[in-house]
Design a protein around this ligand. Structure first.
Ligand code: GTP
Ligand code: MG
Ligand code: ZN
Length: 297
């Protein structure tokens, strides 16, 4: 029997099969780090002793480390217009990872009720880059229908989508609003540190509208920064708006990080307002990280 892993807690998984949800553990060899079963995995179950175990994980289309999920088709990257203040570097890293793994990425700016102008500011940066952008308020309901229509479009073709972003941006609150069938726990934002409290602790997939949608734990910046994700030569392609400037720098070995507008076509595009400067800043930071330097600046 085969199925999709929709939930996992302390080594106990829930696998959705044609025969319904089956709770089971994984075979011993699937517990080692590199072969660990991920939520979203397509698996084969066997019942050698009358009790189901995950026998085999089918080859993955892709897998993310943060959030830990496999076979993702669409990633909704979530930031808040108000608290917690967005870290664009983290967002850009997440977008770059999606790009690198050929996952369709979109931006969701929540809490527009808190700061409309900030929401528009962030939305505009990413519209210019070319990403689908949704500005929403789970409080007032603004923008919810447009986002739901987009999500529906993904799921009805049988795809798997996840919502990811920092803790406290409102992912679970939003999913409660988008999906009438779910009721996820949500948490307050700490008044002292202006951050979320990691209310969601585990990735869980919900079967909805013919596909799967995942709520994921918010990552902390530090945690997220620790993960290497692809190699330096892949970085350029992970910033889709840079493609138009490929091969247009003066020197073939241009790194597009420190070179000025005279030499570098990307720097020129930033100067001329064609590429948002925050995107190039993120590129520089990621470049430095991937090169193994502590920091660019
Ligand atoms: N004003 C306002 N508050 C919101 C909105 N969406 C969520 N919140 C609040 O933000 C806080 C955090 O919401 P959650 O949904 O728990 O955030 P999360 O992203 O799931 O956080 P983690 O599970 O920790 O990753 C809660 O107090 C929500 O009520 C919104 O659109 N407007
Ligand atoms: Mg949550
Ligand atoms: Zn260049």
């Amino acid at each position: 029997m085969t199925g999709v892993v929709v939930k996992g807690l302390g080594g106990l998984f829930e696998v959705l099969t044609d025969a319904g949800r089956i709770a089971c553990r994984a075979r011993g060899t699937l517990k080692r780090d590199e072969d660990k079963v991920l939520i979203g995995d397509r698996v084969e179950l066997a019942a050698p002793d009358g009790e189901y175990v995950i026998e085999k994980v089918f080859p993955r289309k892709n897998a993310l480390i943060r959030p830990p999920i496999a076979n993702l088709d669409a990633l909704y990257c979530v930031i808040a217009a108000a608290r917690p203040a967005p870290a664009l570097e983290t967002l850009d890293k997440l977008l770059a990872i999606a790009e690198n793994k050929a996952i369709r990425a979109a931006l969701v700016v929540t809490k527009t009720d808190g700061d409309k102008a900030a929401a528009e500011y962030y939305a505009e940066i990413y519209r210019r880059v070319g990403y689908p952008v949704f500005t929403v308020s789970s409080l007032s309901g603004e923008g919810i229908d447009a986002l739901r229509a987009d999500l529906f479009g993904q799921l009805e073709s049988g795809l798997t989508a996840a919502f990811a972003g920092a803790s406290g941006v409102g992912k679970s609150t939003l999913l409660n609003r988008l999906l009438p069938g779910v009721s996820l726990e949500t948490g307050e934002i700490s008044r002292r540190v202006e951050r979320g409290k990691h209310t969601t602790r585990h990735v869980e997939l919900f079967p909805e509208w013919g596909g799967f949608v995942a709520d994921t734990p918010g990552f902390s910046m530090l945690d997220f920064a620790r993960f290497d994700f692809f190699s330096l030569p892949e970085l350029f392609d992970a910033f889709p708006e840079f493609a138009a400037y490929r091969g247009k720098c003066r020197y073939a070995d241009c790194t597009h990080t420190g070179e000025g507008p005279d030499e570098c076509a990307v720097a020129r595009a930033v100067r001329d307002g064609e590429i948002p400067s925050s995107r190039r800043d993120s590129y520089r930071t990621l470049y430095a990280t991937l090169k193994g330097k502590p920091d660019w600046r």
